[in-house]
Ligand binder design. Structure first.
Ligand SMILES: [Zn+2]
Length: 410
């Protein structure tokens, strides 16, 4: 059966591929692994294989129990009266754990290969100042979700981890900063591996929010996309050819520290007038708070804006405009097909997005912005957690390939 493959991954796997047929079979598995579901027509389009080759290979994989049709769901592209079946990897062929270390809470979930969440837990903790306590808590929660999902340990492919700061991928720790003061120099992946005895992968929350939105959310199947998260900070995850782009030092996408007003407020990074000082959740609340007696949360401010409060509407719209100017630069630099806006302030919807779109249209090169879509995220506060799950599936390609090869040999 599929889950009986070896539990370690070695080498690129190319030496064990006995034929072109197996290589093509892996391409199909690979597409389903990174995209969740697809119809046969979509598989043919995205792999460049002919419809008949895809049909043969899919039948092959279905016979081996590795690919199944998703019950009750169809792609909207079949013949009239004959909807196209949506295919997915057999969910039981593997499982992933995701961990999201947010500033004041820890979330943990476990999913199968179809990305269905089987169990999920959340707990409050002062993550920013207590790395050791947060890691121990997360390890304990991982054991609990694995037990809740009634999962055999050997099916676990690994643990994906979202952290609220830029990751130095040379040593697996956060770049020194004031963002998470207690985490400087902590090799988070190794710490989780030591506690949980499974491979662990770490990335920053904006990259993982981006990965989640392009695999499951508003940007599903976009190959080139940017995800801009506007919460206590502002960060972007950039997806290039379906994968997060991290850059040389792992700091790619730090749009929150693009200077938009050299005379603006001092930023936590030490610079002046960074985007974050003008358009993050706290920055917009400060602006609104100056003319009010009561203190608002971002959620309350958005509610008031929807009810017609002029000050709240104006503050959100101005934030959208400033963010749009920075997004325009991003669009000029790497030409995404889609920009997804998430985070607390992203929940404001078109109040934020309309002025943002307008600024992108005004400031970006028309050729880059013509058919660009700027949309709200669909995954809300679970985006980072779902991205951590997607990261495991992305990183486990050799492991999944070994299971395919193992089952093909069986
Ligand atoms: Zn800054």
């Amino acid at each position: 059966m599929a889950s009986s493959g070896s539990s370690t991954s070695t080498g690129s796997g190319s030496g064990s591929l006995s034929s072109l047929r197996e290589f093509n079979r892996l391409r199909i598995v690979d597409f389903l692994r990174t995209n969740g579901t697809a119809s046969r027509a979509e598989l043919s389009r995205r792999t460049g294989l002919s419809r008949s080759t895809v049909s043969t290979l899919v039948s092959d994989l279905q016979r081996r129990g590795l690919v199944v049709a998703r019950a009750g769901e169809f792609a909207g592209e079949g013949q009239p009266g004959r909807p196209a079946a949506l295919l997915e990897l057999d969910p039981s062929a593997g499982a992933a754990v995701g961990v999201d270390f947010n500033h004041d809470n820890v979330r943990v979930a476990v999913s199968d290969l179809s990305r269905s969440v089987l169990a999920e837990l959340s707990a409050n903790h002062d993550v920013d100042h207590d790395a050791e306590g947060a890691l121990t808590l997360a390890a304990d929660m991982i054991e609990r979700v694995v037990a809740d999902a009634d999962l055999e340990r050997e099916r676990l492919l690994g643990v994906g981890i979202a952290l609220a700061g830029p990751i130095d991928h040379d040593n697996g720790s956060l770049h020194p900063s004031d963002v998470l003061p207690g985490w400087s120099g902590v090799d988070v992946a190794s710490e989780i591996e030591r506690r949980v005895h499974a491979p662990a992968y770490v990335d920053n929350d904006a990259n993982l929010g981006a990965l989640a939105e392009v695999t499951l959310g508003a940007g599903r199947n976009a190959r080139f996309a940017a995800y801009v998260s506007i919460s206590s900070g502002v960060g972007a995850g950039i997806i290039v050819d379906g994968r997060p782009y991290r850059g040389h030092r792992g700091t790619a996408g730090e749009v929150g520290h693009v200077v938009v007003d050299p005379q603006g407020p001092i930023c936590r990074c030490g610079n002046r007038g960074c985007l974050e000082t003008l358009a993050s959740g706290p920055a917009v609340l400060r602006l609104v708070g100056a003319s009010r007696d009561e203190e608002l949360t971002v959620k309350q401010m958005i509610e008031l804006a929807h009810q017609g409060d002029a000050g709240c509407r104006r503050a959100i719209a101005d934030a959208g405009q400033v963010i749009g100017g920075v997004v325009a630069g991003l669009v000029n630099l790497f030409s995404p097909e889609m920009v997804v806006i998430g985070g607390d302030l992203g929940e404001a919807g078109d109040l934020l997005l309309d002025p943002l779109r307008e600024a992108v249209r005004r400031d970006a090169l028309p050729a880059a912005a013509t058919d660009l879509k700027v949309v709200a995220g669909e995954l809300g506060e679970r985006a980072n957690l779902l991205g951590a799950l997607a990261l495991v599936l992305m990183q486990s390609e050799h492991e999944v390939a070994a299971r395919v090869a193992g089952s093909a040999a069986a």
